[in-house]
Design a protein around this ligand. Sequence first.
Ligand SMILES: Nc1ncnc2c1ncn2[C@@H]1O[C@H](COP(=O)(O)OP(=O)(O)OP(=O)(O)O)[C@@H](O)[C@H]1O
Length: 239
Amino acid sequence: MTPLLGTHQLVAGYGEAAVLAGIDLTLERGRTLALLGRNGTGKTTLIDTLAGLTTHHSGTIHLMGQDVTRLRADRRAAAGIGWVPQERNIFKSLTVEENLTAIARPGVWTLERAYSMFPRLKERRRNLGSHLSGGEQQMLAAARALMVNPKLLLLDEPLEGLAPIIVDELLAALAEIVTGEGMSAIIIEQKARKVLPLADEAVILDRGAIVYKGSSEELLADDRALGQHLGVEKASATA
Ligand SMILES: Nc1ncnc2c1ncn2[C@@H]1O[C@H](COP(=O)(O)OP(=O)(O)OP(=O)(O)O)[C@@H](O)[C@H]1O
């Protein structure tokens, strides 16, 4: 069967500078990939490249068999790539509900469903984006991406900077979205041990290249790889 996403020898970056050094990646429908790596290894560049926001040098990107390599970012969104950037990019002058309905497209994800996934957003539905906490903004950014009814959701460090209790709430919602609802996703995360349990597959980047590819379960049990590539400590480590 045609995979949901396939990249072949993808080289991309910023202007003349190539950051990604030939990425070969395949993701089947309904699967979730944890995209890991130390700071500055190219994780954001990879998902921004999938979203159509970097300079393409060579190689290809296919979404459900369609070559989207040269499509503009808005066309890729229409083709089914939902993107939640690190900066969250919510509309601060709109209410929560307006944020959710402004760019909604028909599909299984409706306002009602988004609110049942994130009850906090329902409580805050009349609040402006600028009046939300960091955790609520992250929930809004994720819910807004779902309202576009994407085929593939790209999340860039959704847990960053959030209080531990909110991290757990958001992780539970993300787990429900990718396992319960079968959404396909690529999630960048620094806290490998937090994200691996909800992912099917794991990729580690170093200097723009894939240095580890395997099942998330295998990686979670592989202290050597976690230590070597990510600096994650053994045993009681929580990173
Ligand atoms: N807008 C930009 N212009 C030029 N170079 C950039 C730009 N953004 C990132 N880079 C460079 O690309 C490389 C990869 O950065 P990237 O943000 O993709 O890494 P990352 O793995 O996501 O790191 P982090 O975890 O710190 O976000 C770095 O060397 C960085 O300096």
